[in-house]
Design a protein around this ligand. Structure first.
Ligand SMILES: NC(=O)c1ccc[n+]([C@@H]2O[C@H](COP(=O)([O-])OP(=O)(O)OC[C@H]3O[C@@H](n4cnc5c(N)ncnc54)[C@H](O)[C@@H]3O)[C@@H](O)[C@H]2O)c1
Length: 295
């Protein structure tokens, strides 16, 4: 595989583009507006600078990585010759389904179409497409350039060839692919999101504040980041969507999203990407301050 198209240049799409370009693949990164694409390029550039400071890559690689990425609004011409397409738009079933169906008829027959969905059914996304055997889940972790895992999600119609090619691409970009069955939240989010929801419930009940909850999980359980800070990093809208998928998929109220989470999303406080969630990021992005919740 040489030519990659990524649909959606948000948090995940730009991270996936960055890592693909770093490993010598040509990438088209597609989004709806110039403003979003300019912002994405800025963020990738900052993230490359961080890698240079940490000694992960050399100074001179920056230009090369950026030159491997075409930032574009043109979907059709970007996907026509792609070997792999990764959709990384919002976690919304109807939107993803429409994009995958459109792509299915736009690109060549042997392309692999993958979804970076955090929780939605790959089998349902593949349903009624022209070539359901080429549709697969590639669930990258955030931040993509740093996290080694790609959860490879196999739908009911995904072919062995698609699985093998996807795994070898993941290995080429220095990730570790682990194959899981198509089930709500897969493995990662089925286990992670109930923990985040419980942390929010604990906060809502006034058991402890944001700082203490996160520190307890860091210092006591060895987690590199507390669950509330992690929720901010993932995006509270994404957390809410995944919990709804788990609740509906398993028909079990134990996954019901906490009401504080619902209210925060309604207010547009989505975490790091909006500069406010369980922490405020408006003063110093690297040292966000915990928000005081009056329960
Ligand atoms: N944020 C995380 O930590 C995380 C981790 C793993 C997987 N995911 C999954 O990755 C996907 C993307 O999440 P995100 O956090 O990057 O979202 P995001 O909101 O940061 O970005 C989504 C992008 O998709 C673009 N988009 C929407 N419709 C489009 C269209 N028709 N054509 C082109 N672009 C379009 C939007 O303009 C936006 O820039 C979701 O499915 C999410 O569940 C997220």
């Amino acid at each position: 595989m040489k030519q990659i198209a990524i649909v959606g240049a948000g948090t995940m799409g730009l991270g996936i583009a960055h890592i693909m370009a770093q490993y010598e693949l040509k990438v088209s990164l597609i989004d709806l507006s110039e403003e979003i694409l300019i912002e994405s390029k800025k963020i990738i550039s900052t993230n490359i600078d961080r890698q240079i400071r940490k000694g992960v890559i050399k100074d001179e690689q920056k230009k090369y990585i950026l030159s491997n990425i075409l930032f574009t609004k043109e979907l059709k011409e970007s996907v026509e010759n792609a070997d792999l397409i990764i959709e990384a738009v919002h976690e919304n079933f109807e939107l993803k389904k429409k994009i995958i169906r459109d792509l299915d008829s736009m690109c060549k027959g042997d392309v692999i179409i993958s979804s970076n969905t955090s929780s939605l059914s790959i089998s349902s996304l593949a349903d009624k497409t022209l070539y359901p055997e080429r549709i697969i889940g590639m669930h990258f972790m955030n931040p993509v350039p740093v996290m080694p895992l790609v959860e490879i999600v196999v739908g009911s119609t995904t072919s062995e060839k698609t699985i093998d090619q996807t795994k070898s691409l993941a290995t080429k970009i220095n990730k570790i692919p682990l194959v899981v069955k198509d089930s709500p939240g897969f493995v990662s989010n089925r286990i992670l999101l109930p923990m985040i929801n419980e942390a929010i419930e604990t906060l809502s009940q006034g058991v402890a504040d944001v700082y203490s909850i996160d520190q307890i999980m860091k210092l006591g359980m060895g987690h590199p980041m507390g669950p509330l800070r992690l929720a901010d990093l993932i995006g509270l809208d994404v957390c809410l969507s995944v919990l709804k998928v788990l609740e509906n998929g398993f028909g079990d109220k134990k996954y019901s999203p906490n009401q504080l989470l619902v209210r925060m999303v309604e207010k547009g406080n989505l975490g790091y990407k909006t500069k406010r969630g369980f922490y405020g990021y408006d003063k110093d992005v690297k040292n966000p301050y915990p928000i005081k919740f009056y329960i």
